[in-house]
Design a binder for this molecule. Structure first.
Ligand SMILES: Cc1cc2nc3c(=O)[nH]c(=O)nc-3n(C[C@H](O)[C@H](O)[C@H](O)COP(=O)(O)OP(=O)(O)OC[C@H]3O[C@@H](n4cnc5c(N)ncnc54)[C@H](O)[C@@H]3O)c2cc1C
Length: 463
């Protein structure tokens, strides 16, 4: 259980409260060293330290820095790039015991929470107070706010509300040396130099551990309505987006292919309409039935849309959302190779044309599943392993193609990871998106906050 850990660290642990160590069976411990990326390294064997408060986190990190012990902070482990994956010789820092909602400030509309509160619990707490927390995605029931902040999570409402970063008004963070920082404290205005809060947002557990967050809430949106449209061509997507965006107050504009639909239907979702177009978009917007219908008809008469359905109840809207939100889960059994990429929204049509050519040429025998938050310029492309291929050969082939994809993204000034982070899986491709000068500055920042290099080593860049 303690293979590869420094003696001095193990001696130091003896001074920790008895219940600081998570005492699970081998499977439970191994699961805490794995995330949803599908990455299968050597099984993590423990130990798992699960502090009850910020002081416990600080004590662990300061001991780890003194003894050179590698620490992997984990939240809900729904991450898709191996950021929360641990190996033998590392220690998992699980925040799961720090899962309380601490306070609500009515005047400022601020909710202060511990790091393991789930995204869904935050949404529900906001609702109970009459407000709205707009960051939302399919893993909401398991993902935790600490992990959301550490990855600057996006999701389905970025189009209207932006990423997690926009909603973090204050952050308490413990750095690798055990220093507790109380950043911004819920202030709206604070022009006093570098905003360190933003450095920790998206830092993937490599600079410090988030032990508390103060979140800005907002007014709930008006009643929402959902429309799913069928399209004959990829080109039509952006034209439909522009047309709907001009006429409706959109909260989401999502895209999926007929292949994605086939998988989600096999997992139990209901077909939206009888026809079988190759592409689909899902739009969510402030209810406006008459306007939605007239825009739909205009899109049909221009030949952009060939079929469609408009929700008439909350239940129907949820059933339509399932078509998009169920895709990741419906593919999980195949352990797909995932790409989560982004270009400027205006570049989407030209980029789609190029990536389509690239993938048709490079993946002639693989099933490629397209979906994503197309209104943000964010595409998810999942590649399924063909029958008869070994896992190693499949991944090797996908990695070869990802370098070509990286070159294409560099040409467009796009991103190799739109919202899932770099973690371990996307590390070889970071240089397609960030210059060597940027990466070197990131390394230097890492050394400032984590001089012994103990926090999530090897994630984001090689340690
Ligand atoms: C079905 C499904 C759908 C998804 N959809 C989306 C989507 O639409 N948009 C999106 O952005 N993501 C999506 N994801 C990915 C994932 O849910 C998010 O990245 C989420 O924010 C991860 O949160 P987590 O608590 O599970 O973090 P984890 O996976 O546990 O960790 C993620 C990273 O954060 C670090 N970390 C965790 N907690 C802390 C902490 N307290 N302090 C410092 N570092 C910490 C970890 O070390 C790791 O690097 C999806 C995942 C699934 C399975």
């Amino acid at each position: 259980m303690i293979r590869g850990l420094p003696e001095a660290f193990l001696r130091g642990l003896e001074d920790f409260p008895e219940d600081a160590l998570f005492e699970g069976n081998a499977d439970e411990v191994a699961a805490l060293g794995r995330d949803a990326s599908g990455r299968r390294g050597e099984a993590f064997v423990g130990p798992v330290v699960a502090p009850r408060d910020a002081e416990g986190v600080a004590a662990l990190l300061s001991l780890a820095t003194r003894t050179g012990t590698r620490i992997v902070p984990v939240g809900g482990r729904t991450g898709l790039s191996g950021g929360a994956a641990a190996e033998p010789g590392e220690v998992v820092l699980s925040l799961h015991r720090m899962n309380r909602i601490l306070s609500f400030d009515e005047v400022g509309r601020l909710l202060t929470v511990q790091p393991a509160v789930t995204t869904q619990a935050i949404q529900e707490a906001a609702k109970e107070h009459g407000y709205f927390y707009p960051v939302d995605f399919a893993s909401r029931g398991s993902s935790q706010i600490g992990g959301n902040i550490a990855t600057n999570a996006g999701g389905i409402k970025v189009l209207r509300y932006g990423l997690t970063r926009n909603w973090v008004a204050g952050l308490k963070v413990v750095t690798a040396t055990g220093q507790l920082l109380d950043l911004n404290r819920g202030l709206v205005k604070n022009a006093t130099g570098y905003d360190l809060r933003h450095l920790f947002i998206g830092s993937e557990g490599t600079l410090g551990v988030i032990v508390e967050a103060t979140l800005q809430l907002t007014d709930p949106p008006r009643q929402q309505q959902v429309m799913v449209l069928g399209l004959e061509s990829l080109d039509a997507i952006v034209e439909v987006f522009s047309s709907l965006r001009r006429g409706l107050m959109l909260s989401a504009f999502e895209f999926f292919s007929s292949i994605a639909l086939r998988h989600v239907l096999a997992a139990g979702a209901r077909k939206p309409f009888d026809s079988d177009p190759p592409y689909y978009v899902l739009a969510e917007f402030d209810e406006d039935e008459a306007k939605a219908e007239s825009l739909f008809e205009a899109c049909v008469s221009q030949g952009l849309v060939c079929d469609g359905v408009l929700s008439q109840s909350g239940g129907q809207a949820a059933a339509l959302w399932r078509l998009r939100e169920g895709i990741t889960e419906s593919l999980a059994q195949y352990r797909p190779y995932k790409n989560d990429i982004a270009v400027r929204v205006g570049d989407v049509p030209a980029f789609l044309e190029r990536i389509n050519i690239l993938f048709e040429r490079e993946y002639p025998r693989f099933e490629v599943v397209w979906f994503g938050h197309i209104g943000d310029g964010n595409l998810h492309v999942s590649v399924l392993p063909p029958p008869g291929w070994s896992r190693e050969a499949f991944e090797e082939e996908c990695e070869r193609v990802t370098h070509k994809l990286g070159e294409l993204l560099a040409e467009f000034g796009g991103s190799i990871s739109a919202e899932h982070g770099i973690g371990l899986l996307k590390r070889p491709y970071l240089h397609y998106t960030r210059s060597s000068a940027e990466v070197e500055l990131m390394r230097q920042m890492k050394r400032v906050f984590d001089p012994a290099g103990i926090l999530n080593p090897g994630k984001l860049f090689a340690s």
